[in-house]
Unconditional design. Structure first.
Lengths: 651, 364
């Protein structure tokens, strides 16, 4: 299907300010969408209220309106600009809600503006709990026992039938705001009352709890010709009950057999077809591996934080492709920008493992309740890529920049065994470290499985890390052992700590045995085709694909995860400094680990390294690139902290 | 224990032994699927090959009898980045145990991405995988091995006698076993077929004697031209009964129709291959495993190309309406991979159903 010729000017709605549950991912999605539409020769008008974004730059859209995201202001922009189409699914929940309001108020029809991409009916069917439940029942996809309620009294009535625990989810809210898990009537009344207030349509869904099951997500796409693909699936390390934004997530799924993988994939495609989505969509499942039963938890008919993560995890730019689908192009008419040869109508395969970790604000809000549940508390996230899960996990921890570079948190070793076990049973930001501590103390794996609900596979990997700590303490530091520790993602400082030597000695030893990181390409196809993308991650293997290029090079240090006091403004600065360096004739290299941002888009610099912003990792990239200089002042606190360390090393 | 992998181009890699100890040689190929390692390992189409699994963590969910696509693996070796040591309790053991039981040699802790890139740029090549030889001996051994293409691998994997599956009064289907995957049988039996499985060298006469409403030509290993006897059989069957060919079965059907086949540089092996249905232009994601392809230019009039690969344009499906015959290069039975094209079994059964009605009319 060729591009719709009646569409010449498109309005894109941004996502407004950063709040918990909505960080930089929509700047990334919106920027990609605007550029993607311009690539197709369309005129792009953008409305957004957040000026600290790349997408509101003059070189991204043709016309930018920095206005409040309300019906009145949007209607004024529409009347003035007279766009042919409106693209609502790239601005997160805010953009989507505004589009729905614009359509419902009749402004779009009056001004002759076509809603592009996923039709409104599909959005409603996915977002309205009742419609969604009915649709799932029609197509035979299992949903947990549930009821929509509009008052606390109705909630109590359902609880008497279905029993506790119950999950409370308000409709049309972001990041599960106002939701929670109720274990008794008192809690139910409290949470429901709060949720009803938060919901735009005063509607709350009560749902029989699927707590403890595996939580699996699929990012799927569909075009106007009913062609569907699964871009990526992801497995939450934390079981159902913790918001996916607060969960450690791995991609692709690690513990699913091919049959389980394909069943959930097929269900996702069935759902996206039944909804009639044209673009990207996220489908969340609960899977009980023992019985083989699964439930559909939720569907997001738009790009989301998960799709930003999936794009960075696979190299497949979901927002960019979704924008092209919205103006009528089909998946097979779009080139896979990674290979430049194959089509976008295929399913990416990974030959590495990706770990996403949430960044919580508890370091700033020390009094806040650290217990995690269905309401998202993280402000940002980091992503780590490696060829081993241990390596990706260790990189993830380093990337968080909370002053921790391995699985040991200060003070954890002083806790009693019971306190550790308590910390394992309740999900908090510290659970990962409590798990490692329990493994160190030799707590039985089955017991840890039972307490945490985390799959044994992941605990085994953590156990491997703990075992390595012990080996480093007990054995002589041979080349073999050192190599094995590096393969598991141990930084030199941690190796030195356990081996009882100086970090410098470890570095010297590594030099002696020629143990240094190699860089591999993220290419969507597991090396089946030659890749055009300069998107790298480190691992300890044989071939280094990031071959030194003999051109004057500048390295730009990114700003890491979004946290209180460090929003996307620093990402904005990074992207601009990369562009500026490029314009001045330098080859530019970006190092960053935040999957939500524009700076980790592989099109921004000549090379992107998805790495922790920890001195050893940064130095390794510098040694691999031999740059003329390193730009640190644009990455906020993160990069500035590195500056001193870099200077001491003569950079 | 150490293991080595030595390639025809002279390069050698050292890793950790996985599975049985010993020495094996074969054609080194790669599969890009992220799940379904056991299905791949037990797919008879990998006979004669050493398979690199490009996903770096293999064996995560253990092994189970139910995941096997044949009685026992016939591939020659397995190359992985890292094999999971302790999969979940309650299954039939980890990958290492499984390969040991099946007497298959393997190697882990090698740079599988580097190996994959080698195959991508140089094409598939012979390799020796060994836990006992040193590199020099392995190179020497490699020099003495024949080209894999010169062997008839179908003979090694086809069933010895005739077997019957499915319910007594089901739709009678004959299956030419060139190395059939269990899931093809399951897909037929689930659709209420009574499947009679014939060895690859069964003459057309005995196949027709079973009065099938349709004949399915199964997947299988190697060069279709080495199975000339099967080509002759299929030539005789075409026109007499509806025919559905899958993978090697598709290539054999093309040869029987007077077409030609050729060897691809590194083939298609994985669960993410897009094919375009030329009838409606739609693209499907398919599971694939083949090293040879049908030459579109060699096809005679009356033989229509129905599917092409959306990436490289190679022929992925054929149809001969006058013979009520069609075939696909990909795997509609999936396992591993997406089941998006499983509907093709229904198309086959529509043809077979037509044949059942036609026969009844003749009998009346």
């Amino acid at each position: 299907m060729p591009k719709d010729p009646s569409i010449k000017k498109v309005m894109v709605i941004g996502s407004g300010p950063i709040v918990i549950g909505q960080a930089a991912e929509f700047d990334y999605a919106g920027t990609q969408a605007c550029l993607s539409l311009k690539e197709e020769g369309l005129e792009v008008v953008l409305i957004n209220s957040n000026p600290a974004t790349i997408m509101t730059d003059s070189n991204i859209a043709d016309r930018v309106y920095i206005e409040p995201l309300t019906v009145e202001f949007a209607a004024e922009v529409i009347r003035r600009e007279k766009p042919d189409g409106l693209l609502p699914t790239l601005g997160g929940q805010v953009g989507l809600n505004l589009a729905v309001e614009l359509a419902e108020s009749g402004i779009l029809a009056k001004e002759g503006v076509k809603l592009l991409g996923t039709p409104l009916s599909a959005i409603k069917k996915a977002e309205d709990r009742e419609l969604f439940k009915r649709l799932m029942q029609e197509i035979g996809e299992p949903v947990p026992e549930s009821r929509i309620v509009y008052s606390p009294e109705e909630a109590v009535a359902f609880a008497r039938e279905a029993g506790f625990p119950l999950i409370v989810r308000p409709a049309y809210t972001l990041g599960g705001t106002g939701g929670g898990v109720a274990f008794n009537e008192e809690e139910l009344l409290e949470i429901t009352g709060h949720g009803l207030k938060q919901s735009r349509i005063h509607q709350v869904l009560l749902e029989k709890s699927l707590l403890g099951m595996k939580e699996i997500e699929y990012e799927v796409m569909r075009d106007g010709n009913d062609q569907c693909i699964a871009v990526c699936n992801m497995e939450n390390v934390d079981p159902v009950g913790i918001h996916t934004g607060d969960s450690i997530v791995v991609a692709p799924s690690q513990t699913l057999s091919d049959r389980e993988y394909q069943r959930l994939r097929a269900a996702s495609l069935k759902i996206i077809r039944a909804l009639g989505v044209e673009g990207g969509c996220n489908v969340q499942f609960a899977l009980d591996s023992e019985s083989g039963r699964y439930y559909v938890i939720e569907v997001n008919p738009r790009v989301s934080r998960s799709s930003a993560l999936a794009s960075k995890a696979t190299g497949y730019p979901i927002a960019k492709i979704a924008a092209k689908i919205a103006v009528g192009l089909c998946l097979d008419e779009i080139k896979n920008p990674v290979t430049g040869k194959t089509t976008a109508c295929f399913e990416p395969v990974l030959d590495y493992v990706v770990v996403k970790m949430p960044r919580w604000p508890f370091d700033k809000f020390t009094e806040a309740d650290r217990v995690l549940g269905t309401q998202m508390k993280a402000t940002g996230e980091v992503m780590a890529i490696d060829r081993t899960l241990e390596g990706a996990l260790m990189k993830g921890v380093r990337s968080l920049e909370r002053g921790v570079i391995d699985l040991s948190l200060k003070g954890m070793d002083a806790l009693s065994l019971q306190e550790i076990k308590d910390k394992i049973s309740r999900a908090t930001d510290e659970r990962l470290f409590a798990l490692a501590e329990a493994l160190r103390r030799g707590v039985n794996l089955d017991e840890i499985c039972n307490l945490s609900g985390i799959d044994r596979f992941f605990l085994e990997k953590m156990k491997n890390i703990v075992n390595m700590e012990n080996r480093l303490k007990e054995e002589k530091l041979t080349g073999g052992l050192l190599k094995e520790a590096k393969r598991m993602g141990f930084p030199d400082a941690v190796i030195a700590k356990h081996a009882g030597c100086a970090e410098e000695e470890v570095r010297v030893l590594r030099g002696k045995f020629a143990i240094k990181p190699t860089y591999k390409i993220v290419d969507t196809c597991a090396a089946e085709f030659e890749a055009q993308t300069p998107y790298f991650y480190s691992t300890f293997e044989e071939e280094n694909e990031a071959v030194l290029e003999d051109k004057p090079t500048v390295v730009v240090i990114g700003s890491g995860p979004i946290r209180i006091g460090q929003g996307i403004e620093f990402d904005y600065c990074c992207v601009h400094s990369a562009w500026a360096a490029k314009r001045s004739g330098f080859r530019t290299v970006v190092i960053n680990n935040n999957p939500e941002t524009v700076s980790t888009d592989f099109n921004i610099a000549d090379r992107l390294y998805f790495e922790p912003l920890y001195i050893e990792d940064v130095m390794a990239v510098i040694e691999n690139e031999k740059p003329l200089g390193v730009l640190v002042q644009f990455g906020g606190q993160t990069a500035v902290n590195l500056a001193g360390e870099l200077e001491r090393r003569g950079i | 224990m150490k293991a080595i992998l030595v390639l025809e181009d002279g390069s050698a890699f050292e890793g950790k032994a996985l599975g049985a100890s010993g020495t094996a040689w074969g054609e080194l190929v790669f599969n890009t699927g992220m799940t379904g390692y056991q299905e791949v390992i037990t797919d008879p189409s990998y006979a004669g090959q050493i398979v690199i699994l490009t996903y770096p963590l293999i064996g995560n969910y253990g092994t189970r009898d139910a995941f096997s696509e044949s009685q026992k693996p016939v591939l020659r070796g397995v190359v992985v980045r890292e094999a999971c040591e302790r999969p979940p309790a309650g299954d039939d053991g980890n990958l290492d145990d499984y390969l040991k039981r099946c007497c298959i040699v393997g190697i882990e802790r090698v740079d599988t991405r580097l190996l994959t890139k080698k195959i991508r740029s140089c094409g598939v090549m012979k390799a020796v995988l060994s836990t006992e030889l040193d590199v020099r001996d392995a190179r020497e051994m490699l020099r003495r091995q024949p080209e894999l293409g010169s062997q008839d691998l179908v003979k090694q994997v086809t069933s010895k006698g005739v077997r019957v599956y499915g319910e007594e009064n089901g739709i009678p289907v004959a299956l030419m076993d060139f190395g059939v995957k269990h899931n093809i049988l399951r897909c037929l039996v689930r659709r209420r077929c009574r499947v009679t499985v014939f060895p690859a060298d069964a003459p057309a006469g005995s196949v027709l004697e079973s009065r099938p409403a349709g004949v399915l030509l199964s997947n299988g290993p190697g060069d279709p031209k080495k199975a000339g006897y099967a080509v002759n059989t299929v030539r005789e069957l075409l026109g007499k009964v509806p025919v559905f060919g899958i993978c090697l079965g598709h290539q054999i059907m093309a040869l029987a129709l007077g077409g030609d086949t050729y060897k691809l540089r590194f083939g298609h092996r994985g669960s993410n291959h897009p094919v375009r249905d030329l009838k409606n232009g739609r693209v499907f994601i398919t599971s694939q495993n083949h090293g040879y392809a049908v030459d579109g230019a060699s096809l005679e009039k009356g033989v229509e190309v129905t599917f092409v690969n959306a990436n490289d344009g190679t022929v992925e499906g054929l149809e001969v309406p006058k013979f009520r015959a069609f075939s696909v290069q990909f795997h509609p039975e999936a396992s591993p991979g997406p089941g998006d094209t499983e509907y093709l079994f229904d198309e086959f059964l529509k043809l077979a159903g037509g044949e059942v009605r036609r026969c009844r009319r003749i009998l009346q």
